[in-house]
Ligand binder design. Structure first.
Ligand code: GLN
Length: 276
């Protein structure tokens, strides 16, 4: 279990998103409410990403978030219209290292994974093989090869997963395996779950303008108004507008719009959408 949070809206202090509310992300690091296995507290580091003029940057620390004075003394001095943050509970056997702390970055994207993929080396190798078969059948030039896993920043399921996802996100003209971030997430999750039905894969993805997420075992809530959109593992306050999102969902959120699709469906048909 890790806890993550994404925000898009008016410019705010970056530290505010980590400290906001009686049940802030920082509080969730030592007193999470909705634990669903795989850890007790989120003390294995944290990270915060934010966007300035279309460029994403981040701050990470492998120590518990409550030990880092930068959270109160530096992050509130920075401002952005979009933030993606996570506190980590390392899966047993995975390194306790700054490079393993989300958010992971590539291009304009920031990414976090809450969960675990059992036997991740075997499973993600099989997923790569499936993607490569699909790419070949579609006549695409981009390959999905085991060697790409060497690009992972850390020896964790999350970092390897990010290698696969960012390869799907990278646009390949005229058309790649996935046309949108949502279809990339759907393809990745359904292929992973095909090989590992007990995989826990709550993913959170942001590009500074919108958020995409999956729910697969762990909790996720949304607070979306005309002005801002927030997705968070746990609500940070008791605002009645928070909605708990159903398990096995693909979520797209931006100010004024929250779209929720079932991940069980073969095609990406919207089953529920809320547009304010
Ligand atoms: N498996 C990932 C890691 O170890 C995420 C862990 C989690 O969600 N608790 O970093």
């Amino acid at each position: 279990m890790c806890r993550h949070l994404g925000y898009v809206g008016p410019v705010v202090p970056v530290g505010d998103l980590v400290l906001r509310g009686p049940h802030s992300l920082r509080t969730q690091s030592w007193a999470p409410r909705d634990m669903r296995g795989g850890g007790t507290i989120n003390a294995d580091g944290f990270g915060v990403a934010w966007w300035v003029d279309g460029t994403v940057t981040r701050y990470r620390n492998a120590d518990p978030i409550w030990t880092d004075p930068a959270v109160e003394e530096v992050l509130p001095q920075l401002t952005s219209h979009a933030v993606l943050a996570a506190v980590r509970s390392a899966t047993v056997g995975m390194p306790l290292d700054r490079s393993a702390c989300a958010p992971l970055l590539w291009d304009r994207w920031a990414f976090s994974h809450n969960g675990v993929i059992p036997q991740w080396r075997t499973v993600l190798t099989a997923v790569l093989s499936d993607l490569d078969v699909a790419a070949t059948r579609a006549g695409l030039t981009r390959r999905y090869e085991t060697s790409h896993l060497l690009e992972a920043e850390a020896q964790t399921d999350s970092a390897a997963l990010w290698v696969l996802l960012r390869r799907l996100l990278d646009p390949e003209p005229p058309a790649g395996l996935a046309e949108t971030p949502g279809t990339a997430l759907r393809l990745l999750i359904t292929t992973i779950v095909h090989h590992a039905p007990d995989a826990r894969v709550n993913l959170l993805l942001g590009d500074g303008n919108a958020l995409w997420a999956t729910t697969c075992y762990h909790s996720l809530s949304a607070l979306v108004t005309d002005d801002f959109a927030i997705l968070a593992s746990e609500p940070y306050d008791d605002d009645p507008r928070w909605q708990a999102l159903p398990d096995r969902s693909l979520v797209h959120a931006e100010p004024g719009a929250l779209h929720i699709e079932s991940l069980e469906m073969a095609e990406s048909t919207s089953t529920e959408s809320l547009t304010r």
